[in-house]
Design a protein. Structure first.
Length: 396
């Protein structure tokens, strides 16, 4: 699910941005604004749809979600107007970027306790693999056929290569020490450990002051850089084929940093290492701002990948540590729409700044300052102030 969620991810959709903008005669700002509107709508839908992870079995919900993203990809090959484009964005973002990630990450967070961080890192490997493979594959495919055919072929391959194996892949195994959920909408193992509902989370100051920024800032930055990668490559005088070929370093760094993040979480807790997850992205922005030509690409993509790889295990483990796992689906359905909203805002905002002739270096420094903010606030709250538990007042 992590791998095939690529069909709804910004890095994948942006590979077709030039062809789509040419077909519909759209500017950077218009294209980004439609993308933002559709993504925001998907975030609002996810607030309600995400609660299904608490009531529907993993295998059934996985199959439903896979079918959704494949149908969305198939529809995307037939877009011919702004309305069909926005609808395609909405369906892809809701099923791919939203539910595909939500379903598998919620299930893994519930089913593992002692090795939760490393389990999340392992199951998230599909994303960096997709980020490494798809850019080159898509560029190669576009040199052979048109972009609409690519979407049709991938939707068919995704469904028939994955759907038959879902019952096998979602079965319980011996070493899953968490409660999880059963195949018939009831808890697999009674879970009497600490757990709170969404209304308690909404009263927690740490959620609004720290946790949402740990999610939203990386989402805003990564989505913006992915979405406008063709423009950035042009401004940095880097051929697109060379830019895309460096995603292998992004993928390797994402894999390594995800396991490093998982190891730190299992040893020190997600609260204590939360600020560390923001540092690679901060330095990747600084390298992107500073670098020119091609010699700096490797360092940038390694840091960019490390920033992207550390976030998912950290956020899932942090929510489980702080709020428990019984109602994790509805809690994540509160958090993820804000994350998705951030990913909706950046393509539009950066696109508008580009259309208004803002310098790329100024935009990159803005992104770096956001990462610096999320690093400092998480370090102060969880490490210096030691606010790693819910207050007793909230639990009453």
């Amino acid at each position: 699910m992590s791998f095939w969620s690529s069909l709804g991810q910004t890095f994948f959709i942006s590979l077709f941005s030039h062809d789509i903008r040419t077909s519909l005669d759209l500017t950077h700002g218009e294209f980004g604004s439609y993308y933002a509107f559709a993504t925001t709508a998907s975030a609002l839908t996810l607030f309600w749809l995400g609660k299904l992870a608490d009531t529907v079995s993993v295998s059934r919900l996985s199959l439903m979600t896979l079918g959704g993203v494949c149908l969305a990809a198939f529809h995307f090959s037939f877009i011919s107007s702004v309305f069909s484009l926005v609808l395609g964005f909405y369906l892809l973002r809701l099923s791919g970027q939203g539910m595909m990630y939500h379903v598998y990450s919620t299930a893994v967070t519930r089913r593992y306790i002692a090795t939760r961080g490393r389990a999340l890192a392992l199951c998230g490997l599909g994303m960096p693999f997709g980020e490494a493979a798809f850019p080159l594959l898509v560029i190669l495919a576009l040199s052979i056929t048109d972009w609409r055919t690519v979407w049709i072929i991938l939707s068919i391959i995704a469904f028939f290569s994955f759907a038959p194996s879902i019952p096998f892949l979602t079965r319980r195994t011996l070493y899953q020490d968490g409660p999880g959920r059963a195949a018939h909408d009831s808890p697999e193992i009674p879970n009497y450990t600490f757990s709170v509902r969404r209304h308690v989370v909404m009263r927690d100051g740490a959620f609004w002051a720290v946790i949402i920024w740990l999610m939203m800032v990386p989402s805003f930055t990564i989505t913006g850089l992915f979405f406008h990668q063709i423009y950035i490559a042009e401004q940095k005088a880097v051929p697109l084929w060379l830019w895309s070929s460096n995603y292998i370093w992004y993928a390797l760094a994402a894999v390594g940093s995800a396991f490093f993040s998982g190891f730190l979480i299992d040893r020190l807790t997600a609260h204590r290492v939360a600020y560390v997850s923001q540092i690679p992205l901060l330095f990747s922005c600084l390298f992107l701002w500073w670098g020119h030509g091609t010699y700096w690409l490797l360092v940038y993509f390694v840091l960019f990948g490390a920033g992207g790889g550390m976030i998912p295990p950290l956020i899932n483990a942090l929510l489980a540590e702080r709020y428990g796992t019984n109602w994790l689906g509805e809690i994540k359905a509160l958090a993820m729409p804000m994350n998705v909203f951030a990913s909706a805002l950046s393509p539009a905002l950066i696109g508008i700044l580009i259309d208004r002739h803002f310098q790329l270096d100024d935009i990159i420094l803005l992104l770096a300052s956001l990462s610096l903010f999320s690093t400092i606030v998480s370090f102060l709250w969880f490490n210096l102030l030691g606010q790693t538990k819910l207050s007793n007042k909230l639990l009453k």
